[in-house]
Every structure is written in C-alpha cells, then in structure tokens.
Design a protein around this ligand. Structure first.
Ligand code: NAG
Ligand code: NAG
Length: 373
C-alpha cells in the first residue's frame, strides 16, 4: 500500500516535472490576438496580414477617436509614446465599417533581474527563492536551472503550488552550484546568477517536541529533551548539534548552552520559578547556519512544596532519591562514528603532508648530491 502510494507520488512528481518543462520551453504568451507593448515605446498594430489594403479605420474600445495613434500607408495603426491608458481592444474595419480583425493591447515593462536566495533544510536537497524587482504589469514566468562544478546542468524544479521557488534534489553537500534564475515576460528576459555552496546554505528546521521536566529533589535543575527536526534525515556522517536558551518566564535575558545530545540538564535554574526553554540546531561540523528557535517548552523545577501537596493527595511510598543525572551523556554511537571519521580524515591529511615534505627534502638532497658530485 505505502509502496503503491510512493510509486504514485513519483508518477505525479514526474508528470509535474514534464508539464513544468513543457510550459517553460514554449514561447507563446497569453491568448491569440493579444499584443504586448512597452510603456513609452512606439507600437505598431497590424490588422490582418492579407487584407491590410482594405483597412479604412481603427477603433479603440469601439470609439473612432484614437489621438495617440495614426494609420500608416500599409493600414497599420502606429501608436507613439504608449501609455498605460492605451491598454484595450483595437479593431480594424473596412470602408463600410465591417470588422476585419481586432487585437487586444497590453503594456508594461521588460523584466528586471530577480533577487534570489537559496537555503537547504537538509543535506540532500536545497531550494532557491526569488522575488521580482520590477513591477512589469505583464504575465511573467521563471526559468530556473543550475550548473554544478563538474559542468552538469539541470533544471531546478518548480512546483506550480509553490510559486517563486525551485528545488534541486540529491544535491552534493560539499559541491557548489551556479544557479541561473531567469525572469521572462513577453518583452524580454533577465537572469540572475548565484553561486551556491550547499554546506554553507544549510539551515536545519528547528528541533521539535521540546519537553521541560523537573528533576526530583533538585530545586535548581530542569531536564530538557527534544527531537531532531523531522526534515533532517539521520545519517552518521550528518549529525546535528544543539543549543538551548532558557530564562525564567518573568526575566528578560536568556542563558545559552550548547550540547550534542538530545537532552540536557539545566543546573542553574531559579528555584520555584517557571522557565521558558527553546532549542535550535546546527550541522554537527558547524556547516551553515543555526536553525530558528523551536517552539517554547515550559517547566518549573522541583520544589518541596509540590511533593508535600501530592503527598497529602495520595498515600505514596517514599521513593528512593534518584541518582543526579550527568548533564552530558557522550555515548551516542553515531556521534562516535562521526568523530572517528573526522579523526581518520585528519590523520590522513597529516600523513599526506609528511609524505609531501619528505619527498621535497629527498628531491633537494638528491639535487645537491648531483650538483656537488
Ligand atoms: C530530497 O528530495 C528527494 C526527491 O524529491 C526525496 O526523495 C528526499 O526524501 C528528499 N530528502 C530530504 C531529506 O527531504
Ligand atoms: C540563464 O538562463 C537563460 C534561460 O535559460 C539563458 O538564456 C541564459 O543564457 C543563461 N545564462 C547563463 C550565464 O547561463
């Protein structure tokens, strides 16, 4: 069932991709009979190709008076210094007033260079977002493509449901891409190039499920736990690290701590006060940016009052005092793998350096021996 569903979604993705690329490569604009012109320019309206000699008059929205235009010898209507008020229906007629043809005129400006920014919320895909910088008044479309460092070009896929953005899937984390976002309208096109290095634009989504709990018998401690953002796929070589900010609800300033675990114990909470806690995430090796702060979690440290209250409610047996938890529990096996991999890479680089230096010294010594010998 689920494999059928995922199969179906792939088909839909493929169909969407095909439709998008077809509409993007077609060069037709709007409906037949529409002419697009540039504000301030002169525009020639043509009646019907074969019968132009028959043209006796032009009308604008039915009216015969068109002060901003004149009829040329060929029967075309020439508009000069076109303004926005020239937008409308133009019709051409013969001697007896019979309709020969009509054209709808729309005017505006050619596209400007769009503003573009890109962001990766995980290490496998990234998206670019753009904004038009010119109010062109005309229908507009965007062509989004990329060229990777090894000169592979591709389409940055646009989703009709999410305008002004495109996504590159299965991108390489350590690679760079040259993005080309082209704004196009009937009067021309203008493109913006943007160099994107995936690992420098990565910005995870905020962690989720932030839970703040009292630590029994510890009036100044709060235990905070959270989850990875669901959009960040778990892989040993792509871990996240976290930072917490916390303060009593009624205090303005935050304290911040960093951790690599999925939980932490605040040891300097204010006794008896409710605290607000937020968590944000960043790539474990410090690539890219910190995520936005998560939604708030709230909690109050344990107080002797709370236990007395619950003691009077029900007859509870006295629990043995739990061991105070270590705030840093560095036993995540995935993290160890990541550290091992980094150490391995470091060792390899050092070894390579030694080999190169050794080779250089050996070459020099040999040359010296040759010269002196
Ligand atoms: C990246 O995009 C591909 C294809 O759209 C998708 O299968 C994959 O789950 C995405 N990866 C993440 C981490 O969202
Ligand atoms: C950017 O894309 C547009 C549209 O495909 C194309 O005409 C233009 O030549 C491209 N520019 C570069 C520098 O690749």
């Amino acid at each position: 069932m689920s494999s059928f569903a995922s199969c179906l979604s792939w088909v839909i993705v493929l169909l969407t991709a095909t439709v998008t690329s077809v509409s993007v490569t077609s060069s037709e604009w709007g409906e037949a009979g529409v002419k697009y012109g540039k504000i301030g320019a002169s525009i020639t309206l043509v009646c019907v190709d074969k019968n132009d000699s028959a043209v006796a008059m032009w009308r604008f929205n039915g009216a015969e008076d068109i002060p901003w235009g004149f009829i040329t010898q060929l029967g075309h209507l020439q508009l000069t210094n076109t303004e926005l008020s020239a937008v409308g229906n133009y019709s051409c007629h013969d001697q007896s007033g019979g309709l020969l043809g009509f054209v709808l005129l729309r005017v505006g400006y050619p596209p400007g260079m769009p503003s573009v920014s890109c962001r990766a919320s995980d290490y496998e895909n990234f998206s670019c977002y753009w904004k038009s910088n010119v109010e062109t008044l005309l229908p507009t479309r965007y062509i989004a493509s990329y060229r990777s460092r090894n000169h592979i070009t591709g389409i940055c896929l646009q989703d009709p449901a999410r305008p002004n953005m495109c996504s590159v899937s299965n991108s390489e984390f350590w690679s760079s891409y040259q993005m080309n976002i082209t704004e196009e309208n009937p009067l021309g096109s203008s493109f913006r190039l943007l160099e994107v290095t995936v690992h420098s634009i990565v910005k995870p989504d905020p962690p989720e499920k932030v839970v703040v709990e009292p630590v029994p018998s510890a009036p100044r401690r709060l235990r905070v736990s959270w989850d990875y953002p669901p959009t960040w796929p778990h892989k040993p070589q792509f871990q996240l690290k976290f930072r917490l900010q916390y303060r009593p609800v009624r205090h303005p300033s935050w304290s911040v701590v960093e951790t690599v675990n999925l939980s932490d114990v605040i040891t300097d909470a204010f006794a008896g006060m409710e605290h607000v806690v937020q968590v944000s995430a960043k790539d474990f090796l410090d690539a890219g940016n910190w995520s936005e702060w998560s939604v708030e979690g709230r909690g109050t440290p344990w107080t002797s009052l709370t236990t007395r209250a619950s003691d009077s409610d029900e007859t509870t047996t006295i629990e043995p005092e739990p061991p105070v938890e270590e705030p840093f529990d560095r036993s995540d096996p995935l993290e160890k793998v990541a550290i091992l991999i980094s150490l391995g890479i470091f060792a390899f680089v050092v070894l390579a350096l030694f080999l190169v230096i050794g080779a250089l010294i050996w070459l020099r010594v040999r040359r010296k021996i040759k010269h002196s010998g």
